[in-house]
Design a protein around this ligand. Sequence first.
Ligand SMILES: Cc1ncc(COP(=O)(O)O)c(C=O)c1O
Length: 383
Amino acid sequence: MKHTHARRIAAIEPSIFATMSRLAVEHQAVNLGQGFPDFDGPPWIVDAFADALRSAKNQYAPMPGIQRLRNAVAGYHKAFYDLDWNPDTDVTVTAGATESLFSAMLALLDPGDEVILFEPYYDSYYANCLIAGAQPVCVTLHAPDFRIDAQELAAAVTPRTRMIVVNNPHNPTGRMFSRSELGVVADLARRHDLLVLSDEVYEFLTFDANVHIPFATLPEMRERTITVSSTGKTFGMTGWKIGYTIATAELSDAVRTVHQFATFAVNTPGQHAMAHGLERLQQYLPEFRATYQRKRDLLFDGLRDSSLRAILPEGTYFMMVRLPEGSDDDIDCATRLVTERRVAVIPPSVFYRNSDEGKSMLRLCFAKTDETLREGMARLQNC
Ligand SMILES: Cc1ncc(COP(=O)(O)O)c(C=O)c1O
């Protein structure tokens, strides 16, 4: 058959995660590549899911999400960030942050619109632009600081620019952008009347004294920001795929128009369990943060004696490491590591379009048991 792929998706390449995961299984590798925990989330959330299953919470949820979960999302945004959202009109529960990003981009972009992405970027942003018929325009966060360059960003704006995608805390660099860097984005958004899609799935994975700044809290940004987050990241339950968008009623109405026909609604018992979780965030977060900070430090300290130069992440569960001068590029290195050393990592050059900087780095994930991390580090010595 001749017609197998629509033109819009012909340029979308297979995901590096699938390739590396397949190689990891084939070579029985320690997996520091995949971006999710290799240990279970809190048992009390599992109990809440089981309770919901057993109390007949098994039919379709309302299209925007169950009321209790929407209330819990609006509730923590008020309590933590002093943001006022109406749970009825402004919060939409989606099949993971992935569907939030998809529905928001399909709902708000027209063919021919340009979308500014910071590279290295989370891969679904680029694919969603293509699916929407929009043009991704990449601005590089230069290693090793990965700061937003105000001039390069301003130069990327054209009359066709419709949206800037911000991911903060940032996957894969672990950066948390400062108020002044975010201010540069906000300033451009205001001046050029742009939307900001703010992917904040790692909002609670922050280390040391770093404080998350929700984009919608910046002056005049509430009206033009679509915030995306995910209970999968917050509670380490990525397989349940429960995310959400938060935006003004007008923007949420557009997101819901796509959501209604993409998934319609998200699994009901999981929503009840995650509402239970978000209602207890205050008690849950200190231990959650301490656990990941300890894992970050374990990996960072453990790599001190290796030839890899780790860049300390301020947030997320990812760490970028720089390859020694004169190494093969990241894809060759990652392939050799998984096949010969049996440790899987992600080659970040696939998250870049303009710059070659990704070729001299690798991305490691430390959402792993201490045992996995120790074994992974041993295999990364002298590489
Ligand atoms: C930056 C970023 N956004 C979105 C997602 C997707 O989240 P979810 O699993 O809730 O769909 C991920 C998952 O790795 C991510 O790293």
